[in-house]
Design a protein around this ligand. Structure first.
Ligand SMILES: Cc1cc2nc3c(=O)[nH]c(=O)nc-3n(C[C@H](O)[C@H](O)[C@H](O)COP(=O)(O)O)c2cc1C
Length: 175
């Protein structure tokens, strides 16, 4: 199984930052999309020979079985750097690399709400891209400063919740 991983906490390394790997069987592949290298969206640049960072991201998502995303909440919404990447990767409209692609995302904040407001915005943006959003419980990590150490999530109940959601996600998306 192959996963494309996106982390909106640029430049954090998405694959080591969040326990996606721990929640999957051995042998799964995780490849990260570097959204920090994607330029600001410009329709004039969105051509067959557009930015390499974008075509690389599109190829990676097309070749993957599912996409896993982590994001903080900025001003009650999606960080601009992630929204910009999704805008690029969502083209051509309704026929992009995201079409029918299973997507699972997690919000992570230092505050007590864990990014719940960004959750609903993410869901709406991903729905517009005609992704496959299986009906699973939300992954919301609150008070992250006390749950992460050495760049890893150390909070047992949160790790168990992620494992449970990942199991449901894999089952419902049929991958
Ligand atoms: C511009 C900006 C806006 C933010 N807005 C929110 C917000 O609306 N809700 C929230 O919970 N955290 C907010 N934060 C905090 C981020 O979620 C937090 O900075 C991010 O998760 C990084 O965590 P750290 O500061 O512990 O490294 C904001 C941070 C920035 C830089």
């Amino acid at each position: 199984m192959e996963f494309a991983v996106v982390c909106a906490q640029v430049p954090t390394q998405a694959v080591s930052f969040f326990p996606w790997k721990n929640s999957c069987q051995k042998g799964c592949q995780f490849e990260e999309i570097d959204i920090g290298s994607i330029p600001l969206y410009n329709q004039d640049l969105d051509t067959d020979c557009g930015p390499r960072s974008v075509s690389k991201g599109r190829e990676l998502i097309s070749a993957s079985d599912a996409v896993l995303i982590t994001l903080p909440e900025f001003n009650h919404s999606i960080p601009g750097v992630l929204k910009n990447a999704l805008d690029w990767l969502s083209r051509p409209a309704f026929n992009s690399c995201f079409l029918k692609k299973p997507v699972l995302f997690a919000t992570i904040t230092p505050g007590p709400l864990g990014g719940v407001r960004a959750q609903s915005h993410m869901r709406e943006v991903l729905a517009s891209m005609l992704c496959n959003l299986p009906s699973v419980q939300e992954i919301v990590v609150t008070n992250c400063a006390s749950k992460f150490s050495d760049g890893k999530l150390q909070d047992e109940p949160t790790c168990k919740h992620i494992q449970m959601v990942m199991n449901s996600f894999l089952e419902l998306s049929g991958i």
